[in-house]
Design a protein. Structure first.
Length: 553
């Protein structure tokens, strides 16, 4: 009877959580933002569905070809992309996932077993899981079509491989969440993640750059890496199918058994982490700050920007303090220079050095400037995200919202200017100094694009705000509706800039592009002034919505 009562209680808790989630979704559709979020997520769902089914077909065909031609040793090359996408996609694409903080359920009388399964189920409701399952099924179907006798081996291997990836993703997320709860480990993890992402992006160009030379050490390293990867989840999945193909069913079951052993270890680590959370562990607490005597405190002078009113200067100072204390944001600001270096040392067609910009070095500065504008999108289109609950102070202060947004826009413009200078210096050192005509055209084009982004960003910051965390990787994303709108605006703006440069290069006179950008900048300036004149009324009308959205836990 105790087991029956426990089962009924667990089932009732799952039903209650499902009803709450459904009610939250239904209530969100009552607002305009909720309906826009639904439309944006609908387009994202179509995009992910296309990616999933395209990968299903491609991997199914590739598996059929390799299996039918007896090249089953290369199946690991198909499992590795699935494994990497499953584990890395949630990190680099958090803007497209629902990021539900299920640890909040600990405030309710939830059993430990229920909490364990809820964390796994809620964490698995993300695009990476759906795409990974489709791609794995594509491999299984390809094996079954080419060799029907391998249906059982392919199904068992795929099932274990999918379960391992789901649990591994939850285990990694749970432990990363624990490390991010403390500042020291958060900063260390951020540095490690940043170095890994840069190394991963630079791996291909570096191999292309040094691949023409004879490297015995590199060859030996590759052989060792191939031996090690056989004991990894993708290598074991491929070895299981390959062994069954050659009739060695004992080795095939051994590979599956080793994967099951990995699953047991992952479950133990995941349970260790969730058990600590269930028992009330709270690593976010810190010791109280020591209060210094009043007589020993030193007054700090605020910024005094020449020609800028005091309130606007104060906003600029605050924004720079926010950004300078954020490791993830500082790392993001370095990426334009890193991308230029990767393009420089990549191999172009025919082995030409210089990558994508090998034949058009005059476009290095415009490309770097365009990428810089893109990385600032989340800042400009969600200006109040970092303020959180503090946005209430803006409504209480004797300052117009026009001045507040002007301060934020000025801070973002100064960041853009600093980034432009760094990109220009990188182009001069790595490629060649851009011509005066290209430099002026790029500056005018960026001015136009920046004004459009600031104008649209001011509106989106008030109509679709979202609380963000500058201290954690992946927590600087705007809302789905904002991301969808900013994507369309940036595509149109950068498309116009690219068209202007193409016209100037086609006629051999870059100054034509400069004139086009100047004309567009004048129009964008008028539009920006119009937006600033209306933001006070919009902020007053939506003050309750803005405060509520940015005060969410």
């Amino acid at each position: 009877m105790a087991g029956i009562n426990a089962a009924r209680r667990t089932q009732g808790q799952f039903e209650a959580i499902a009803r709450v989630r459904w009610q939250l979704f239904a209530n969100s559709l009552r607002t305009m933002r909720g309906r826009l979020e639904l439309v944006a997520r609908g387009f994202m769902f179509l995009g992910f569905a296309m990616l999933g089914f395209a990968g299903f077909a491609a991997l199914g065909f590739a598996t059929w070809y390799l299996t039918s031609h007896g090249k089953v040793a290369f199946l690991a090359a198909l499992f590795w992309p699935i494994f990497l996408l499953w584990q890395l996609f949630p990190i680099v694409a958090t803007a497209f996932s629902e990021n539900v903080d299920s640890s909040n359920l600990l405030r309710f009388p939830l059993t430990r077993r229920s909490y364990f399964f809820v964390r796994i189920i809620f964490g698995s409701l993300e695009p990476a899981t759906a795409i990974g399952i489709l791609w794995t099924l594509g491999v299984a179907v390809g094996v079954a079509v080419s060799s029907p006798s391998l249906i059982f081996a392919a199904a068992l291997t795929s099932f274990v491989f999918m379960g391992l990836n789901i649990l591994l993703g939850r285990m990694i997320y749970a432990w990363v969440e624990r490390w991010l709860a403390q500042r020291r480990t958060r900063e260390l993890l951020g540095i490690v993640l940043f170095v890994f992402l840069i190394s991963f992006q630079a791996l291909g160009p570096l191999i292309s750059h040094f691949g023409e030379r004879s490297q015995p050490a590199l060859t030996q390293f590759s052989r060792q890496a191939l031996l090690i990867q056989r004991f990894s989840p993708p290598g074991l999945a491929a070895d299981s199918i390959a062994s069954a193909f050659h009739g060695n069913y004992l080795r095939s079951l051994g590979s599956v058994a080793l994967q099951v052993f990995y699953v047991v270890v992952i479950l133990w680590l995941l349970n260790l982490r969730l058990r600590a959370q269930f028992r009330g562990e709270n690593l976010g607490e810190s010791a109280a700050r020591a209060i210094k005597p009043i007589g020993k405190q030193q007054a700090t002078s605020s910024w005094d920007i020449p020609g800028v009113p005091g309130p606007i200067s104060a906003i600029v100072e605050k924004e720079f303090h926010y950004l300078s204390r954020s490791g993830p944001m500082l790392f993001t600001f370095v990426m334009p220079m890193v991308i230029l270096l990767i393009f420089r040392f990549g191999a172009g067609s025919g082995g030409a050095r210089g990558g994508l910009l090998a034949r058009a070095t005059d476009l290095a500065f415009p490309v770097g400037a365009a990428y810089t504008l893109l990385i600032l999108t989340n800042l400009m289109y969600n200006s109040f995200g970092g303020d959180g609950v503090g946005v209430q102070m803006f409504f209480l202060s004797p300052v117009r919202f026009r001045e507040i947004l002007m301060g934020k826009n000025l801070a973002h413009s100064l960041v853009m200017a600093i980034e432009m200078i760094l990109v220009w210096l990188t182009v001069c050192l790595v490629y060649r100094p851009p011509s005066t005509a290209i430099t002026l055209a790029t500056i005018c084009g960026v001015a136009f694009a920046l004004l459009v982004s600031l104008s649209a960003g001011d509106y989106m910051s008030m109509y679709s705000p979202k609380k963000i965390d500058y201290a954690v990787f992946g927590r600087q994303r705007a809302s789905g509706a904002t991301a969808f709108a900013s994507l369309g605006i940036q595509t149109a703006v950068l498309g116009l800039c690219a068209l202007g440069l193409m016209v100037g290069r086609a006629y051999g006179r870059i100054w034509i592009a400069t004139l086009i950008f100047l004309f567009l900048t004048v129009i964008a300036t008028v539009g920006y002034a119009t937006v600033l004149n209306r933001v006070d009324a919009v902020a007053l009308k939506r003050r309750e919505t803005i405060t509520a959205e940015l005060s969410r836990a």
